[in-house]
Write a protein that binds this ligand. Structure first.
Ligand SMILES: Nc1ncnc2c1ncn2[C@@H]1O[C@H](COP(=O)(O)OP(=O)(O)OP(=O)(O)O)[C@@H](O)[C@H]1O
Ligand SMILES: [Mg+2]
Length: 514
């Protein structure tokens, strides 16, 4: 008797096997069904879901969930300081951490209600910084969006964000519908009690609480050790979390001579007084320089203005647009740019051709803007300065004779252009460092404070320098300032075009390595 056989046929062109025949046990031949095939459907999923799971938010923030309180801290202080500076107010920042959450309060102009509303729309970005090239702390228009859903992911039952500004208190819970995959934000708005507004007033006069208060909140958990935060790693009674939290706040105090910062950590207070409330730096309300833009950046800004104009029924003159740039506030210079670029009396909407931005014309406009203005000198970005850094480091216990301060600027020749093209490329920067030894009695632990554009980083963002790929760690070890040395090291870069490798701003690219 012959053995039952299976005839294997070659797969057809579309990859599916044709019907096979096989001799069954009863000897009759039987046609086999083709193997099941999945006809995939293309689903469109709302991008809103990019903010509503732990995994997605880790990608968005660049940090694991255990570090989210630090993300909240950094982003809210960044926003608070940017907003105060923009309004010309020396920042006063109050931070409080307790078992149920973290509060950050500022004395700025107050988060506008429309900006909060736009932040709750997870399909769009809302930022007054993202489209401009400038040395701001905030640059992506993403942070509020990551902070809003954070509390619910940390604590699905009790997590909430409380935002108080302009006399209104918003209690926001932000979840997502698992079926429609869309954001479901709830914003309960009430009036801020008048007594609270007055209670924080300075000198019993101006209401301190003119600014913004942001509180991320969760349900504290009771266990054998008392009330703790939702994660073990955040248990304020253990681990290095309290130290990291304090160092982060201290980092802002180190980078910002004009800011007064108070920290209340579970009832224990620390204060960093402003060493110079009148300190000058490049502020977010200063005009940006044409020399900081490449054509793609200017296209982005013009595109943003055109869309904003369409939404508000306006269409700016190119001349009005130019007036916002450094060196172009005077009508003579503007007229020269417009003439050079062939755009006298043109409107921004005319820079759209065939439904796209007209790259050639925008490129010509940028060249004319750069030809008619001077590059910004690095000094204008501002120096944190030796005096302030010394005051902060000595207050930390650094031995006075060990203190060293260094400042590096781009080579002068780069600022003095030999050709219009070279001049066009000039982006100024200031790199400042301070170093000190804490002495033989100090804990054998190195303390590094690094950051860019007056913002403290959660992790060292200088992981690689220039083309050599060597980072801060390697450089410090080479300087015999290894992990277990009782030293304090501060490194700060001011740069209008700091580029981050990730949305969480946890690693930045330093161009050129000089
Ligand atoms: N404390 C505050 N006071 C006033 N305005 C604020 C405050 N916090 C946020 N804003 C406004 O909300 C906008 C959005 O903030 P968000 O942090 O999301 O973006 P960003 O700061 O522009 O960029 P990034 O995502 O890099 O932080 C800011 O551009 C600013 O206009
Ligand atoms: Mg921000």
């Amino acid at each position: 008797m012959s053995k039952p056989t299976t005839t294997k046929r070659p797969a057809s062109a579309d990859g599916a096997e044709k019907v096979k025949s096989r001799a069954p046990a009863n000897g009759k031949k039987q046609a086999l069904r083709p193997p099941p095939k999945l006809a995939r459907t293309t689903f469109t999923t709302s991008r809103e879901m990019d903010f509503f799971s732990e995994r997605e938010l880790v990608t968005q923030t660049g940090h694991e969930i255990g570090e989210w309180p630090l993300v909240f801290l950094k982003e809210t202080i960044d926003n608070a300081m940017d907003a105060c500076e923009e309004a010309g107010i020396p920042p006063i920042i109050e931070i409080a951490a307790d078992a149920a959450g973290i509060t950050v309060r500022d004395n700025g102009p107050g988060l506008p209600g429309e900006t909060l509303k736009a932040a709750l729309d997870f399909t769009v970005r809302a930022s007054n910084r993202e489209a401009y090239i400038s040395p701001c702390r905030g640059a992506q228009g993403n942070a509020l969006k990551t902070i809003l859903p954070m509390p619910r992911i940390i604590d699905a039952d009790h997590g909430r964000l409380i935002v108080s500004a302009h006399g209104k208190r918003h209690v926001i819970t932000c979840g997502a519908c698992p079926i429609s995959q869309r954001a479901v934000p709830h914003d309960d708005v009430t009036e801020v009690p008048k007594s609270k507004k007055r209670a924080s007033g300075r000198n019993g006069k101006a209401s301190f609480f003119s600014g913004t208060e942001m509180r991320i909140e969760w349900g504290p958990r009771d266990d054998d050790y008392g009330v703790v935060w939702p994660f073990d790693e955040l248990n304020p009674q253990s681990g290095d979390f309290p130290e990291r939290f304090r160092m982060m706040v201290e980092g802002f105090a180190i980078f910002n001579p004009h800011a007064a910062i108070r920290l209340d950590w579970f009832g224990e207070s620390r204060e960093w007084k402003a060493t110079n409330p009148a300190w000058e730096k490049w502020r977010p309300d200063k005009p940006t320089s044409p020399h900081w833009y490449e054509p793609r950046h200017l296209e982005r800004l013009i595109g943003a203005y055109i869309v904003h104009g369409r939404d508000h029924g306006t269409d700016r003159l190119v001349s009005e647009f130019l007036a916002e740039f450094d060196g172009l506030s005077g009508s003579r210079n503007r007229a020269k740019v417009l003439e050079d670029a062939g755009m006298l009396r043109a409107k921004l909407s005319e820079l759209v051709a065939g439904g796209r931005l007209d790259s050639d014309r925008i490129g010509r406009l940028l060249s004319a803007m750069q030809r008619c203005t001077r590059p910004v000198k690095p000094q204008r970005l501002g120096f944190i300065g030796e005096d302030h850094l010394k005051a902060r480091l000595l207050a930390m216990g650094v031995q006075p004779d060990s203190f060293t301060y260094k400042r590096r600027l781009p080579p002068k020749s780069k600022n003095r252009a030999s050709s219009p093209d070279e001049k066009a490329c000039f982006v100024p920067w200031v790199l400042e460092s301070a170093f000190g030894w804490l002495g033989p009695a100090a804990n054998d632990r190195r303390r590094i404070y690094s950051g860019a554009n007056w913002s403290a980083a959660i992790k060292n963002p200088f992981r690689s320098f220039g083309t050599t790929g060597e980072g801060l760690e390697a450089t410090l070890t080479e300087m015999r300032a290894g992990r277990n040395e009782p030293i304090v090291f501060v490194l700060h870069l001011a740069h209008p075009r700091v580029e981050y490798t990730d949305r969480g701003k946890s690693a930045l690219i330093v161009e050129g390595g000089s």
